[in-house]
Design a protein around this ligand. Structure first.
Ligand code: MIG
Length: 799
């Protein structure tokens, strides 16, 4: 029993008045009389890092989230002071720090408007039980302020009024509101008075965010250990906030191979080989495009990673090659648990080299997973990651597997409280040894990172493909992700929509759900509606736990099969459009899906919208999420939109009814858009693209569109072998001009465009391409013609 209650519990502690200030280039130190230190780093004009110590000392500065490529530098930095405060001014922000109590207030430097202000600001509670502090921050919530982000939380877009926890957790059959689930992305964006900023709390301990839940006008966040260490990221555009967050935490190190944007089919599990082949042949027979087939845990020998069941898959290399010849990439699952088995080489080697996690007092971390009792590699040790990456040599280089699926990397442990390692397990943490309390949230990320490096090495010169379940901020650099074990219900269809949007606005766009639901079985209608949504998600895969029944596109009858085919075909036609958005995401961190608040934050109607989103830059989509629907009401964002199905034009800024019977869904194209399309292929690379189709949607006014292409795989694009076309459309009452600007050295296989002009409001008098007249035809009001891909200017005038 602890008798010294003063030592045990001191309540909240606060920095007292500032007694010392020092500046070192872009780092400012403020020390309080009671020994607290605020270290403020000016990362960029719009990005400030706040780091606090309660002891006057900081640990070594180390983060798995922050990329070494994060940009640094500012245009302007000025520091002044008056009696009450220090004033730090950059070209974007002004930050006041009170001399009395270290509290901060941040303003927009352009118009001096208040952006974010400390309430209690930084405070802490000493933890007698585990040592160190529980570190806390509280901010005032401004009038009309709303909150978004936090990764995979299965709730409505707007987080106001809610409280969340970040602790990556295996969450079989989670539901609306379950918290936490698989990912820890302690980053949110806020908006008030049309301006947006973000907070990234880079602390890997169990952390919490409270958005006006406990107290009506207060937003706070805290963690059960580590430092109060957060980045304040200013916009004022929310897309800039997200883009700046990915500048800090990284963007995909390369564009995914184009096949990875195709349709993927998965199940727990397809085996033996004959069953796999039956599935893939059926896709080809029914002409449903598909690029990837997955092997879940049953392909292994007794669930031992990096082995194959001799009974089910006697000759994996031959099978993988035959699948590849038929246009299928093979993707296999790899879990972190390594079976305790002295005959098993991976186990023996891990043991010999001392690569497995240990408990505080020395024993191995032993836990039960699919193979039975297992040990687990410490992926936070760089040497272990290197070893792990080498284990993929045979699988990738020799057998020809194209992608790896990392599951159970929360890490999940069966039949124990907390479903994971106990807190005392030790980790290397890249030389900053610590307990599982600190390493838990990054364990899965480091596994995916090691897997990624293995695949990168052994897939070369092709691009690797990895998918992970667990993630911490920054994981988007290495891998794609899915939302884990959802359920085949209508509510889960809506949850999947929310989660995909939320992941995108949390900097991790390459995400999707188990289409149709993992647990239980959808009926044909739910499956069809889910496919309709899924083809507009960056990652598009059907997956299910097979024991509830089959979930292939053809098992729900012909009507559903035809609808599924039709929508997957739309995805394949839109591949160059989707690929362009991936390039923009990898290059600038622009989210691939934009919730309406990201698309038009100044329209406050968008702040509470959930269902509608923008796919890429120009396509508005809204899934049907209720049974027996003939359509739905949806909010159309401001501007003019073309109905994708019939070219009718609607004016946004209000809620409207949109028809959408089972074979349709609400899809609209922004006026002025130029949408590139490929012919339907059964898999990426099936056809040589002989012509690029460009759907032009007339707008009175200006609009620009981009089309990015490259070899679709490999790294040549990094050496300039890409093709970027910029199209500027200028529409007037009686004319339309389209200019093309081309950059990059990649030469596309096609030589011409087929252009379809939708919504031209006048009768054509003449059409000139680079000053030469050409012929046109008109079908159903759409003007169609062919032009060379080299054209510079296209000019149409009316009668
Ligand atoms: O304990 O590998 O989320 O996608 O099919 C279940 C079997 C383990 C959970 C994954 C799921 C996968 C399943 N896995």
């Amino acid at each position: 029993m602890i008798l010294n209650t003063e030592l045990e519990y001191k309540g909240n502690l606060f920095p007292s008045k500032i007694v010392f200030y020092k500046k070192h280039v872009n780092v400012l130190y403020f020390k309080s009389e009671n020994g607290a230190v605020l270290q403020l780093t000016i990362e960029r004009d719009s990005v400030l890092r706040f780091r606090y110590s309660t002891t006057g000392m900081f640990d070594k500065d180390f983060s798995y989230a922050i990329t070494m490529y994060a940009s640094k530098g500012y245009n302007h930095l000025e520091i002044s002071e008056d009696n009450e405060k220090y004033i730090i001014t950059t070209s974007k922000l002004i930050c006041h720090i009170s001399k009395l109590d270290m509290r901060k207030t941040i303003f927009d430097a352009k118009d001096n408007s208040l952006i974010c202000e400390d309430e209690l600001g930084f405070h802490w509670e000493e933890s007698y039980e585990i040592g160190g502090d529980i570190v806390k921050m509280s901010l005032k919530s401004q009038q009309g302020e709303n909150y978004y982000g936090l990764g995979d939380k299965p709730v409505e877009n707007n987080l106001k009024g809610k409280r969340f926890q970040n602790w990556v957790t295996d969450s079989y059959a989670y539901g609306r509101g379950t918290d936490p689930i698989y990912k820890a992305i302690p980053f949110y964006t806020a908006i008030h008075h049309d301006k947006s900023y973000g907070v990234f709390f880079d602390n890997t301990f169990r952390s919490y965010f409270d958005f006006c839940n406990e107290r009506r006008n207060i937003t706070s966040f805290w963690a059960q250990g580590g430092e109060m260490n957060y980045y304040f990221i200013y916009g004022p555009e929310m897309t800039e906030v997200v883009s700046n967050y990915t500048d800090l935490t990284g963007r995909p190190q390369h564009i995914p191979p184009m096949w990875a944007l195709g349709f993927h089919q998965c199940k727990w599990s397809y085996y033996p080989e004959s069953n796999v082949k039956e599935i893939t042949s059926k896709f080809r027979e029914l002409k449903i495009p598909c690029d990837a087939i997955y092997l879940d845990i049953d392909y292994m020998e007794g669930f031992r990673c990096f082995t194959w069941s001799e009974e089910y898959f006697p000759d994996p290399k031959r099978m993988v090659k035959e699948l590849a010849d038929d246009g299928f990439k093979t993707i296999v699952i790899i879990d972190p648990g390594i079976k305790i088995d002295n005959e098993y080489s991976v186990f023996k080697e891990g043991l010999e080299k001392d690569y497995f996690c240990k408990r505080a007092d020395g024993p191995y971390m032993k836990g039960k997973v699919w193979p039975g009792e297992c040990y687990f590699p410490d992926f936070t040790n760089p040497e272990v990651r290197e070893w792990w990456s080498e284990l993929f040599k045979e699988l990738i280089e020799d057998i020809g597997v194209a992608g790896v699926w990392n599951d159970m990397n929360e890490p999940a442990v069966m039949d124990v409280p907390g479903k994971s390692f106990p807190d005392d397990v030790r980790h290397d943490y890249d030389g900053n040894q610590c307990s599982h309390r600190k390493a838990h949230n990054v364990y899965g990320m480091q596994m995916a990172r090691a897997t990624y490096h293995g695949l990168k090495k052994f897939s070369y010169p092709k691009r690797p493909f990895v998918i992970t379940r667990a993630a911490y901020s920054g994981t988007q650099r290495y891998t794609s992700t899915w939302t884990g074990d959802n359920v085949a219900t209508w509510d889960h269809l809506s949850i999947a929509n929310q989660q995909a949007q939320r992941m995108c606005m949390s900097g991790f766009s390459f995400a999707g759900s188990d289409i149709g639901g993992f647990a239980e079985q959808p009926n044909g209608e739910l499956f069809a509606r889910w496919i309709q949504l899924g083809v507009f998600h960056p990652f598009c895969r059907v997956h299910s736990s097979g024991d509830h029944g089959d979930q292939e596109p053809w098992v729900f009858g012909k009507t559903v099969t035809d609808i599924v085919r039709k929508f997957i075909e739309i995805r394949y036609q839109l591949l160059p459009y989707l690929y362009t958005t991936f390039w923009r995401y990898a290059d600038e961190g622009i989210p691939i899906l934009k919730s309406l608040v990201l698309f038009d934050q100044e329209d406050s109607n968008t702040h509470y919208r959930n269902d509608e989103f923008i796919f890429g830059e120009k396509i508005l989509v809204c899934p049907i999420i209720e049974a027996n629907s003939k359509g739905r009401r949806m909010y159309i964002p401001r501007g003019k939109w073309y109905n994708f199905w019939d070219n009718s034009i609607i004016i946004g800024g209000e809620e409207l009814w949109v028809d959408a019977d089972i074979d349709s869904m609400p899809i609209f194209v922004k006026e002025g858009a130029i949408i590139p399309k490929y012919p339907i292929q059964q898999y990426v690379g099936e056809k040589v693209i002989e012509q690029l189709e460009l759907d032009v949607y007339y707008k009175e006014g200006k609009e620009s569109s981009e089309v990015y292409e490259d070899a679709g795989d490999g790294y040549d694009y990094k050496k300039g072998r890409y093709s970027l076309r910029n199209f500027n459309q200028v529409g007037k009452a009686n004319s339309l001009t389209i200019q093309q600007f081309k950059s990059g050295k990649f030469i596309t296989a096609y030589n011409s465009f087929k252009i379809n002009i939708h919504g031209l409001p006048f009768k054509i008098d003449k059409l000139e391409v680079d000053n030469e007249a050409i012929d046109i035809s008109k079908i159903n009001g759409v003007v169609t013609f062919e032009v060379t891909k080299e054209f510079r200017e296209l000019y149409i005038t009316g009668k």
